[in-house]
Design a protein around this ligand. Structure first.
Ligand code: FVH
Length: 295
């Protein structure tokens, strides 16, 4: 549809993220209809001029494009399965967090029902939606991504990963996993500092720039991962094992848990035990990638 007549869009799911998405789409000029399982969550949107559908079926039938932003795979199945007939011939853009396999199953189900399907993954919190800092990943229908790119860009940066509907979810969960492990590491460091009664603010102010500086080495890590050649240029796994052992010992001395550090030690120890102590730290990738085979 032309910019003079923006495509009507319906949004199913009005949690914190669904509300932010509906609001951004409406601000972008699209007639926007919303629905939520529990009443009352649309009040602020209705006050801004969005239409509240009385049922999910009515919401679907109001628009050719349906954005789904629910809690998880089970809630998507619960909601969409009874709507199959109404959804046929429409486009579903599902930005609910799912596993790659769940996303592929959802896409296969949609294809069986005659529903066009674009899987989305949101690298943002609700407050970031509509700002350039928000990044959304998509895979699935190429035609849907190309046709509706201006709509998608109302939410943030839009990047397409091809026709495999699971690919956006794969990158989403890989990025989230990296983030959670990083935050767990900072929490460990903060606990060490707090063990001496110190406020963590000064530590955190140092941790951010420190981690940021270290990330300049990530492209080299990707070369190790992709080539399988882990010949160390600087610090070896043996060196890093000694460092991690010292951190663990210090943690015990300070009376704080070693869970986060122990996880890294385990990854290193498997590689060292397999005779790879002279290789780069990046070799812990092999412990993760082949959990039953640490060779
Ligand atoms: N919020 C965030 O920061 C993150 C950022 C990254 C991506 N996530 C994903 O976005 C999905 C929705 O997240 P949300 O923040 O909107 O989540 P909630 O506020 O908890 O709202 C959940 C909505 O799902 C509805 N719902 C739950 N179960 C069912 C069901 N069985 N049938 C129908 N609807 C269901 C719930 O409805 P209600 O409880 O109000 O009736 C909310 O609308 C999510 O995948 C994040 O991982 C957000």
């Amino acid at each position: 549809m032309s910019e003079q007549h923006p495509t009507p869009v319906s949004v199913l799911g009005l949690g914190a993220m669904g509300r932010a998405i509906a609001d951004a789409i409406h601000r972008g000029g699209h007639p926007t209809t919303v629905w939520n399982r529990t009443a009352g969550r649309a009040d602020s949107l209705v006050a801004k001029g969005l239409a509240l559908a009385p049922t999910a079926t009515a919401a679907v039938e109001a628009s050719p494009v349906i954005v789904v932003c629910l809690l998880d795979d089970a809630s998507v199945r619960d909601t969409l399965t009874p709507l199959a007939d109404s959804l046929a011939g429409r486009l579903v853009i599902n930005v609910t967090t799912m596993t790659p396999q769940q996303a592929r199953e959802a896409a296969a189900w949609a294809a069986e029902q005659g529903i066009e399907y674009l899987a989305g993954a949101i690298m943002a919190i609700p407050q970031m939606i509509g700002l350039p800092v928000a990044s959304l990943l998509y895979s699935g229908s190429t035609a849907a991504f190309d046709t509706h790119r201006p709509l998608l860009e109302l939410l943030g940066g839009a990047r397409f990963f091809g026709s495999d509907a699971g690919r956006a979810a794969l990158y989403d969960l890989a990025l989230l996993g990296s983030m959670y492990a990083m935050f767990a590491g900072v929490a460990h460091g903060a606990a060490m500092v707090a063990s001496e009664g110190l406020p963590t603010a000064e530590f955190v102010a140092m941790a951010g720039p420190w981690i940021s500086a270290m990330t300049t080495g990530l492209p080299r890590h990707a070369e190790y991962f992709d080539s399988g050649d882990y010949a160390a240029e600087v610090q070896s796994l043996d060196f890093n094992k000694a460092a991690l052992d010292t951190i663990a010992e210090a943690s015990r001395e300070q009376g704080v848990g070693t869970d986060v550090i122990a996880a890294v030690q385990t990854l290193i120890d498997r590689q060292v035990a397999a005779g790879h102590g002279k290789d780069s730290f990046a070799r812990i990738f092999e412990s993760i990638r082949h959990p039953a085979d640490a060779s």
